[in-house]
Design a protein around this ligand. Sequence first.
Ligand SMILES: Cc1cc2nc3c(=O)[nH]c(=O)nc-3n(C[C@H](O)[C@H](O)[C@H](O)COP(=O)(O)OP(=O)(O)OC[C@H]3O[C@@H](n4cnc5c(N)ncnc54)[C@H](O)[C@@H]3O)c2cc1C
Length: 394
Amino acid sequence: VHGDKGRAVRESTTVAIIGAGIGGLTAAIALDRQGIPVEVYERAPQLNEVGAGIGLWPNAIRVLDRLGVGGHVRALAVPGTSASARTAAGRRLFGMPEDVLHRRYHAPTTAIMRADLQLHLAREYGMERIRLGHEFTGCAQAGDRIDVRFANGESTTAGLLVGADGVWSTVRADVFDDGPPTYRGDTAWRGLASLTADLEPFDDVFETFGRGARFGAFPLSGDRVMWFAGAVARAGEKDGPDPRQELRERFANWHDPIPRLLELSDPERILRNDIYDRPVPRTWSRGRVVLLGDAAHPMGPDLGQGACQAIEDGETLALAVAHHDEVTEALAAYEKVRAPRVRSVARVVGLTGWAAGLRGPVACRVRDQVMAATPSAVRRRQMDAVAGWNPPWS
Ligand SMILES: Cc1cc2nc3c(=O)[nH]c(=O)nc-3n(C[C@H](O)[C@H](O)[C@H](O)COP(=O)(O)OP(=O)(O)OC[C@H]3O[C@@H](n4cnc5c(N)ncnc54)[C@H](O)[C@@H]3O)c2cc1C
């Protein structure tokens, strides 16, 4: 597809990716598919099975399809589900049949345990090729070469360094030095419920908005339901030994099946994360070091687009490198595509987060009325903008 364009880069540049998360591994697979030499360095000594679930939108699933790794994720989707937004009392504010969305965007909307997706991508890339136990500590650029150092005393050289090391990115701290993330003011819980006979199987992906709190659930194949809850809270607040206690209090009077889902969840597998944010840097690269995913633009849980955007970044970066003769040209092209895209998704994310954080009864009533009254054409345009995205190169 790209002919001779980018051949110089492909033949002479080794790309070192820091972080074997969702974005780093997608980038690694995409670079591999383009024939570009790539190494992945991950600080963890092994990739764990534990963790929480994340929602995946069609825009991300189509990227995985194009890379030939979407089948695993598609297999988790529960066909025939619908998506709806509700009030805490259970009133439906609006709904969208999932099969309509599926047809429109050529992919399902589904959810997956983050660790499951990470392991799947790692296996597709080649588990044995990931350099585990390599914590990036710093780098130095000289000409077209970057010397990279790790905490275990090892070092390497690369022609392009990708910081895919998450919201607390050490690459960003080392190269961009623009301060740490800040607490956003809310916290999130995620869990997995195993359905039992006394809970009707349900096929509704829902998100429920209350006062300063929200709850959402995603049916998964195998009679499991992934759920998340969010609430305004002080930084660093901890739950007791059974987090369901805290959640029961917060969500006691919310509509069915919310209290039941909490009861049917394994308390040891409920994760709580305070949400941290940081501004997108003015430019995404410095010389031959570039940022990707949460390292560049954390999005938190609102709208469930953080990992989806990291996946889009990974594919676009590989395509940009494959289509340009110079690394720095490729990085400029990557940013030119990704910066406006991330800005536009972040606007929708910001609006959702703001609406979910409203606490006053009047403000919440107005919010609910606006949600219920928004014409479906407007909602479709918003969905198209997020879920319909494709990269400019193929
Ligand atoms: C509560 C919550 C709910 C969410 N829900 C969703 C959702 O429904 N849908 C969605 O799309 N997104 C969701 N997200 C966001 C999503 O989890 C992130 O956006 C996504 O994981 C970012 O991927 P990443 O590859 O950029 O970073 P990460 O997945 O954070 O991966 C970074 C990797 O880098 C490694 N690393 C870190 N430092 C170093 C170092 N110094 N050296 C080497 N390796 C290092 C880490 O160990 C890790 O493996 C949610 C986030 C939160 C907090």
